[in-house]
Design a protein. Structure first.
Length: 1100
């Protein structure tokens, strides 16, 4: 009973916690570093990127990006669009076929495959799919959009039937490594490739192999048609046919290189590339027999024996209308140890495949290790001979684009190939190039009117960073997706902005009101202040006031002030130092920059605005603090250095109304003029109190006893007692969390330390004259949380009222607010778990594995780019990825359906279908038919549907031929007569010795033998293609008339009847024997069941 009760209690806690936490990734930008595979939808112009951890990144245009997360973090073997249908299909490493709906961004169906999937293919323009496995089995499935699920079809071909039809030997467990639907065949034919080198063109409608090629067909003289990088001569490379050509060559990649599917390029593990002529003769009898040396030619990229496998093959046809010209993109085939390049071969076989010519070879250098590539056909450049662009994915997560002009320039100027670099993916929010150092999300004050329309008049358009951003976006080819209506509303007020600072000193501001970021303003590195030393240093801190004054600090100690609500026409700004105040003339016409403060060379670590809003406290790494006045553009003070470890947290609080300092009259007057006290937290958990007017240190409090204590942050819970109770609707305290939480320890009461609590610079004691409302100070350390009454802290006492020991070390904390009052605490542990606690009792409200959901690994200093809004919208950066995560279940502001951009354009789907088939009817396009097999990753068809059939007719045709079992129509080719049945005596072999496989083999052989017998009787040894001829009456009488009298004929008929009766009696006897055997077996089973019921489990 105890385990059941514990389980029930745990489930109750989880259900209660789910009321408060509902983690959802509202926004994701950037390409994951684990990216490994690409897919492209040419109609919707979307690019999908599969990762090694079970995520799929979808890239569109207009800053539209989406992230699909599979239930399990496994790599993908293959991803592929159901083109222009709003669906994406993926195959995981666990052999699970998944279908994703791009409009809802959900996994709508999945099917677990029993065997290991080694290749996968979709018939272009349809929802029918081929699957090949490790046992040589070819299966078919379809996605039923109406039912919303993947449906297995009946058309499945085992390897033995394929081998028998093709008359080839196939070893057991021969894997299928390629399935390519043949272009222009209306789905009737599919090319099947096995890893031992056999290539079979299979006709689905006729259930037979129409063409077979293999390693034994390599009766050719090697032709090295491509010059090697080391300029090895042709004589050194030419070799005659040898025994090695007769050995099995393992296939590693393949693709069609002709629009009609007559020529196939095959890459092998040994580095060879073979181009096969797969033209099928008109005479069906000679289809598999006719083979010649002109059917295949070899390309060899390197001369050495140890060469890389040919991993990728892609074909791009020439747009000149000639089907025998184009470019072959190859990865692999070079010498082992050579530089990683993508080879582009310009091929021409106008004079036949045997006379193949390589016109040009170009090597594209790669910026990292190769992952995948895909081709794009530029519809707007259809009149050009070359209109192909290229995406290349390299590790870790680098995406490059090569346009048509770039690829054409390489052919004319091959010497520039080593200096060529494609267009890098223009990240909406850069995180690596340039490197982001600070990122914060700010909610704008309700009284601040800041609309998108007014932004156009104040944004900086003449900065170099902004110009580069516009140029990159204009050249990027992706344009898919539909922005939300909210993001297009120019009059909508901006409610949130996301501000990022970079290592090069630049600052970027984005509109984050909707779940799609829009760039607003880009400040170049030290914009307008190039003459100031250190202006281009790395940004280290930033903050935004309620009056839209952005403060930016950098590693050289400079503080920049920017006004976001207006753009000054003045050509000057102010440079303020501790000793002087000067005006500097700008070389540009407009600027948001108001002033630059240069007080110290120590890096700026944090800012804190004072309650007045026109003053800000600045903390430096050296331990010094400065207070700046925006109104007068002056420095109120620069304090002396705070002794001890670095300052990690800064807070201000108004306390003058509650204190009576026992000082002399002059000191008391000075303090009364100061409305706030600055609280500084050191890393060793010491708190320093400082006068915000003079900079004098009031006292230093040792909050915790000596030991290895690492403080993280300090939070002051405002002194409004109603605020704590008034926000229970935001974070109610569940009954299930009362008492001690699992994994943490609560400690209530006063715990005075024995050491001296006050280490005051002026040894000043503070006493209370008036009662202080119950404000609290929360000290967050790496291993525990401490809650203090603010009254005792001000008096120099350090007695905490509540201590919570954390189960794991934490790395970042922040608070949630409702109407400006703290109502919850967010804790992120080093393990990646996020925890929500209530305030002020610090009880656990819920936990969620934040990093596991994002599929991230927690890294050092990640907290520097983490921020959180008052309503629990968390921003995080990891590598090149940026994520906005909403935490609270009650937060719906960023989850409105109309706020999300759509990844699928339905209007474009309708137009694309219409234009696509109109174009096919008018002019048959010679678009790409390239198909890739990357080992066992799968394949990617790029074909065109037969122009004579519409899509509806094609789907109906595929449904008819794939919804039946292979050879199922053979049973209707003949009628079985009783005279054809031969009843044999029972064999002496026991029935138990007949295996299931032998039984299936016999059943499979019967139709073939019977069909052949009937065929021979019908044609009497004649050819199957003989034409029927008219017979005369005399010929018919001579063949079928019986000689003799009527009595002889009657006697013969009687004998026939007796013979049939005898056969029927024998069949009846055999049937009775089988029935008796079945009854005996049933009786034995019942008897065994009775015996087993009487036995106990321990007797078994």
């Amino acid at each position: 009973m105890l385990p059941k009760l514990f389980k029930k209690s745990t489930q109750s806690q989880h259900k209660e916690q789910e009321k408060y936490i509902d983690l959802r990734i509202d926004l994701h930008y950037g390409i994951p570093s684990t990216s490994s595979i690409l897919a492209y939808d040419p109609v919707q112009r979307l690019l999908a990127i599969g990762t090694l951890d079970g995520r799929i990144k979808v890239l569109g245009g207009n800053n539209i990006e989406g992230l699909l997360i599979a239930p399990k973090p496994f790599p993908f073997k293959n991803i592929e669009f159901l083109q222009n249908q709003g669906l994406l299909v993926s195959v995981s490493n666990e052999n699970e076929i998944q279908v994703w709906d791009l409009e809802s961004r959900l996994l709508v169906s999945s099917l677990k495959w029993e065997s290991n999937i080694t290749c996968f293919s979709i018939i272009y323009g349809t929802h029918y799919m081929y699957i090949g496995d490790e046992y040589g089995y070819v299966s078919t499935v379809k996605y039923d959009k109406e039912e919303g699920k993947i449906v297995p079809l009946l058309y499945n071909i085992p390897a033995n039937l394929i081998a028998e039809s093709a008359e080839i030997p196939l070893a057991n467990y021969q894997s299928v490594v390629g399935l390519l639907p043949q272009p222009c065949s209306s789905g009737n034919r599919v090319l099947i490739a096995y890893d031992n080198g056999f290539i079979i063109l299979w006709d689905v409608t006729e259930d037979r192999a129409v063409l077979v090629r293999g390693s034994k067909d390599l009766q050719l003289i090697d032709k090295c048609l491509v010059d090697c990088p080391n300029d090895v001569g042709r004589d050194q490379l030419d070799t005659s046919s040898s025994d090695c050509e007769q050995m099995e060559k393992e296939i590693s990649s393949l693709c069609w290189v002709s629009p009609n599917g007559s020529v196939l390029a095959v890459g092998y593990v040994d580095g060879d590339i073979l181009l096969w002529n797969l033209s099928v003769p008109d005479n069906r009898k000679d289809q598999t027999a006719k083979k010649s040396s002109s059917d295949v030619v070899k390309l060899q990229l390197a001369s050495g024996e140890r060469r890389l496998p040919v991993i990728v093959l892609h074909w791009s046809p020439n747009n000149s209308g000639k089907e025998c010209k184009g470019k072959l993109y190859v990865y692999g085939g070079d010498q082992i140890g050579s530089d990683e390049v993508l080879t582009v071969l310009s091929l021409d076989w106008s004079s036949g495949i045997a006379n193949l010519k390589c016109i040009c070879r170009v090597d594209l250098p790669l910026s990292g290790s190769f992952a995948d590539m895909t081709l794009l056909q530029n519809a707007h450049e259809a009149d050009r001979k070359e209109n192909t662009s290229l995406f290349i994915l390299t590790n870790p997560g680098q995406l490059q684009f090569y346009d048509t002009d770039c690829l054409s320039g390489l052919r004319t100027e091959p010497e520039k190939q080593h200096s060529l670099h494609g267009l890098q993916y223009p990240a909406v929010v850069p995180a690596i190039e340039p490197c982001m150092t600070v990122g914060k999300l700010f909610s704008l004050h309700e009284k601040v009117k800041f609309s998108r329309a007014s932004l156009k008049t104040v944004s900086v358009v003449n900065s170099q960073a902004a110009q580069d951003l516009i140029k990159e976006n204009s050249q990027w080819p992706l344009s898919g997706g539909v922005p939300s209506q909210l993001s297009l509303d120019e009059d909508k007020e901006i409610e949130r902005i996301y501000v990022t600072g970079y290592q090069d000193g630049s600052v970027r501001i984005f509109d984050a009101t909707c779940p799609i970021l829009s760039p607003m303003i880009v400040f170049g590195a030290g914009e307008g202040s190039a003459e100031v030393a250190g202006a281009a240093a790395s940004v280290s801190a930033l903050d935004l006031s309620a009056t839209l004054i952005l403060t930016v600090g950098n590693e050289c100690g400079l503080v920049f002030l920017y006004r976001l609500d207006e753009c000054s026409d003045k050509t000057s700004f102010y440079t303020i130092t501790e000793a002087k105040h000067e005006v500097t003339t700008l070389e540009i016409g407009k600027s948001h920059c108001v002033a630059i403060f240069s007080l110290l060379s120590s890096p700026v670590r944090m800012f804190q605005y004072l309650s007045s809003g026109d003053r800000i406290a600045v903390a430096y790494e050296s331990g010094q603090v400065a207070v700046l006045d925006f109104g007068s553009l002056s420095v109120l003070f620069l304090s002396e250095s705070v002794q001890g470890p670095a300052i990690i947290s800064l807070f201000t609080k108004t306390v003058v109304d509650f204190l009576d300092y026992h000082l002399d009259q002059s000191q008391n007057k000075t303090l009364e003029e100061s409305p706030e006290v600055i609280f500084l937290l050191r890393k060793d958990a010491h708190i320093v109190l400082m006068d915000s007017t003079t900079g004098n240190q009031i006292q230093t409090l040792k909050m915790l006893p000596s030991g290895e204590i690492t403080a993280l942050s300090m939070i002051i819970i405002e002194d409004d007692s109603s605020s704590i109770e008034g926000h229970k609707d935001c974070l109610p305290s569940p009954s299930s969390t009362q008492g001690t939480e699992s994994g943490s320890t609560l400690d209530k009461g006063n715990h005075p330390h024995q050491s001296n609590p006050v280490e005051a610079k002026d040894s000043t004691n503070l006493n209370m004259d008036k009662k202080v409302p119950d404000s609290l100070l929360l000290l967050c350390c790496e291993k525990a949380l401490y809650l203090y009454p603010l009254e005792s802290v001000i008096q120099g006492m350090y007695n905490f009222t509540l201590k919570v020991e954390l189960a794991h070390p934490c790395t970042w904390t922040t608070i949630l607010k409702e109407d400006g009052k703290a109502c919850g605490l967010i804790i992120v542990y080093q393990s990646g778990v996020l925890e929500l606690r209530s305030l002020p009792d610090l009880k656990v409200m819920g936990q969620t594995p934040l990093m596991s959901i994002l599929r991230w690994n927690f890294k050092t200093n990640m907290e520097k780019t983490m921020s959180c809004s008052e309503r629990g919208l968390i921003t995080m950066v990891n590598g090149s990825e940026l994520a906005f995560v909403s935490l609270l279940a009650s937060e719906n502001e960023s989850r409105l359906p109309e706020a999300l951009p759509c990844l699928h354009d339905k209007a474009l789907e309708t137009v694309g279908d219409f234009l696509g088939y109109q174009k096919e009817d008018q002019d048959r396009p010679s678009g790409p038919f390239a198909k890739i097999i990357k080992g066992f990753k799968g394949v990617k068809p790029e074909q065109h549907v037969n122009s004579n059939e519409s899509r509806d007719n094609l789907l109906a045709h595929l449904e008819s031929i794939l919804s039946r079992s292979p050879f199922s129509d053979l049973s209707f080719d003949f009628e079985l007569d009783i005279d054809d049945i031969e009843v044999e005596e029972p064999a002496s072999v026991p029935a138990s010795h007949v295996t299931y496989n032998e039984k299936m083999a016999k059943e499979t052989e019967i139709p073939y033998q019977t069909k052949e017998t009937e065929r021979e009787k019908l044609f009497e040894g004649g050819s199957s293609d003989s034409k029927p001829k008219m017979r005369t009456r005399d010929e018919i009488v001579a063949k079928y008339r019986h000689n003799g009298d009527v009595a002889a004929v009657a006697s013969q008929a009687k004998e026939k009847l007796l013979e049939r009766q005898e056969k029927l009696e024998q069949l009846g006897m055999r049937t009775a024997e089988l029935q008796d055997g079945a009854e005996n077996f049933a009786d034995m089973a019942k008897e065994l069941a009775k015996k087993m019921e009487k036995r106990r489990w321990w007797h078994i």
